[in-house]
Design a protein around this ligand. Structure first.
Ligand SMILES: Nc1ncnc2c1ncn2[C@@H]1O[C@H](COP(=O)(O)OP(=O)(O)OP(=O)(O)O)[C@@H](O)[C@H]1O
Ligand SMILES: [Mg+2]
Length: 472
């Protein structure tokens, strides 16, 4: 963000001394103005001072405007440059845009014209800075391997991974689909002594029922019709490494019994075999079904549950840790910009608000898909509300529809909107009233009065500071 206490700095490069003086008079209320009469002195100033914007004449003595632009961008691609040109040189200015100039002005111009262009450019700057700030944050401690997150819960999970990785303890990861369970399992393996050895994942829900046993434990040649070759199971393949039993809740009861025995004895035999095989495997299990409940319903063996549930970790859905969304957005933008050779820098605050307020039933996987799609189809650097997928935007209109449906008058509708907006903001700030008030632009006391008036109270599940999962 541009610091509001210090004026943004602008460098004007023009060889006309009297023009430089008028620019200075015109702009010094809003900017810290530096001037240079040649490209060389301008570049020198840029090297030694923090400059936000450059106004650059196309025609200069010595190195010309276009070359100066090239060198500025080579020094710091984030400095915005506005070219100034006479009518006859407009083509050159258009050329300059291709080289990275932000915009151009045609001489002579009105005071209002230059001021509004400069303000717009500054807005772009502050967005860019926000993006760069987020990117720097992604680089700093807010990631672990490929996992990014800044929410207290994700930091706790990073901490958990580091502590548990080097033990051989069995880990049970629970959480909705797409929250990153497999990613966490991989990170545990990567941070353990076993990291040079195999990581093998098996999705118990994706294998047809009659093949699960042979997938897990292997089979001998001729064990059943079609078993023409001996086949090693995932347990054998994961020897000395880590085995992820994904969707462990969908294992048949008889296989649950066999799995339990393997976990206890650390030995098993292939289907149709008689030789006992010993393996050294670290088990990580994952489930998006509630295994507690399955135990209660007797569809999951309690003894197996306790074997797997040695160190449990629950990954909350994305809508319960919305602070992670801007960071994830930046992470996926970088990933897909690279993959598709694109230059999407970020989102306008309004577009980002849509992304952070959406309820993401498919969690991080859904967010990743949306960003991938946007990067593929967009040719602009900054994406706005109009670029957003309709299914995300319509959620915003949903509230209006809901209020409309109950036939509220305008006063009730406004109150209802206010209630939702305040609630949403509080949730986004983990119910920190000082921060929420700041974000709403009101005094904390005003917020408290409104909360009282509109009957806004934290629900037990919305208190982010309290661990809400009984399994943790
Ligand atoms: N915190 C995160 N940081 C970066 N990428 C993430 C994060 N969480 C999830 N992802 C990405 O989201 C996608 C889904 O993650 P993953 O496969 O680990 O989810 P899952 O919980 O195993 O889902 P399922 O239950 O459907 O198997 C992956 O592409 C993963 O890379
Ligand atoms: Mg998974």
């Amino acid at each position: 963000m541009v610091d509001t206490e210090v004026l943004p700095s602008i460098l004007i490069i023009d060889d006309d001394e009297s023009l430089l003086e008028s620019y200075t008079v015109l702009l010094e209320d809003e900017f810290q103005v530096c001037t240079a009469e040649t490209g060389e002195t301008g570049l020198d100033l840029l090297r030694h001072q923090d400059i936000h914007l450059v106004l650059l004449d196309v025609r200069l003595p010595g190195i010309d405007g276009i070359e100066v632009l090239r060198r500025i961008k080579a020094l710091d691609e984030n400095v915005d440059v506005i070219m100034i040109t006479a009518v006859k040189n407009v083509r050159v200015a258009v050329e300059a845009i291709k080289l990275g100039a932000y915009d151009y002005l045609v001489k002579p111009f009105e005071i209002d014209e230059i001021l509004s262009l400069l303000r717009r450019t500054l807005e772009h700057q502050s967005l860019l800075r926000e993006v760069l700030y987020l990117r720097a944050e992604v680089d700093r401690h807010l990631e672990m391997g490929n996992i990014v997150g800044r929410s207290p819960k994700m930091r706790q999970i990073f901490d958990f991974i580091t502590r548990v990785a080097d033990t051989n303890a069995t880990v049970l990861i629970s959480g909705e689909s797409g929250v990153g369970k497999e990613l966490i399992a991989r990170a545990i393996h990567q941070h353990s002594q076993r990291h040079g050895n195999p990581f093998v994942a098996v999705n118990c829900a994706a294998i047809s029922e009659h093949l699960v046993e042979s997938e897990l434990f292997g089979h001998e040649r001729g064990a059943f019709t079609g078993a023409v070759e001996m086949h090693r199971g995932k347990f054998e393949l994961a020897n000395t490494g880590t085995l992820l039993l994904d969707e462990v809740g969908s294992l048949r009861l008889d296989l649950q019994a066999k799995l339990l025995r393997v976990l206890q004895e650390r030995e098993f035999e292939r289907v149709g075999g008689s030789k006992m095989l010993r393996v050294d495997v670290r088990i990580v299990a994952a489930s998006n079904q509630d295994l507690w409940q399955m135990v209660a319903e007797r569809t999951f063996r309690d003894d197996l549950f306790y074997r797997l549930n040695v160190v449990p970790v629950h990954v909350p859905p994305l809508r319960d840790r919305r602070e992670d969304i801007p960071l994830l957005v930046q992470h996926f933008l970088a990933k897909y910009n690279k993959a598709f050779g694109r230059q999407v820098q970020g989102f306008t605050p309004e577009a980002l608000a849509i992304l952070t307020h959406y309820h993401w039933p498919g969690n991080v996987r859904e967010l990743e898909n949306v960003i991938e799609r946007l990067v593929v189809i967009s040719h602009r650097r900054l994406l706005d509300v109009a670029d957003m997928p309709l299914d995300l935007v319509s959620v915003r209109g949903q509230l209006v529809n809901d209020i409309f449906a109950v036939g509220a008058d305008l006063r009730q509708a406004k109150a209802e909107f206010e209630r939702h907006y305040i609630l949403q903001t509080l949730e986004q700030h983990g119910w920190n009233q000082t921060e929420a008030a700041k974000s709403l632009g009101v005094h904390r006391n005003t917020l408290l009065t409104k909360m009282d008036l509109l009957r806004i109270r934290p629900t037990p599940s919305s208190d982010a500071s309290m661990p809400k999962d009984p399994k943790n």
